[in-house]
Design a protein around this ligand. Structure first.
Ligand SMILES: [Cu+2]
Length: 147
């Protein structure tokens, strides 16, 4: 008698598991479809994958360096670079920023405490340079434009 009840319970559990399997499989199929949709979306070429972004980079001029180490800056061709340059010198040292290369440009002199924005949209890939024309050799870094 006790064994009969246990057998019925076991059968019920087995049926329950049997009913749950298709649900689990449907869930897995939905996950695969969702992943495929993401891949298809990427294949259609979102702007972020191909340039066309606006990239803002802050440059702080202090102690005759940009951002302590004149780090290389990196964008993609077709990106619009917003270079936000702040002169944070504790003493009265004026700086500027020049971007050299095709379509390069420059700020006017930037006095301590002042910020200027340089907007640069490189149409060619390559290695450009950013520098301060008032302190050549001290404040000079690379601007890398990826294809
Ligand atoms: Cu300078």
């Amino acid at each position: 008698m006790a064994n009969g009840v246990a057998a019925q319970e076991m059968a019920g559990i087995a049926r329950g598991i049997g009913r749950r399997r298709p649900v689990v499989l449907l869930g897995a199929a939905a996950a695969v479809l969702a992943a495929a949709a993401v891949v298809l979306g990427m294949a259609h070429g979102l702007p972020a994958l191909n340039g066309g972004r606006t990239v803002e980079i802050a440059l702080v001029a202090k102690n005759l360096k940009f951002n302590d180490t004149n780090p290389p800056l990196e964008v993609r061709r077709g990106d619009s670079l917003r270079l936000v340059v702040r002169n944070a010198e504790p003493t009265g040292i004026t700086h500027d920023v020049i971007i050299s290369g095709p379509g390069g440009l420059r700020t006017t002199p930037i006095v301590p405490g002042e910020t200027q924005v340089l907007t640069f949209k490189p149409s060619h890939a390559g290695v450009y340079h950013y520098s301060c024309s008032l302190h050549p050799g001290l404040m000079d870094g690379r601007l890398i434009v990826r294809p």
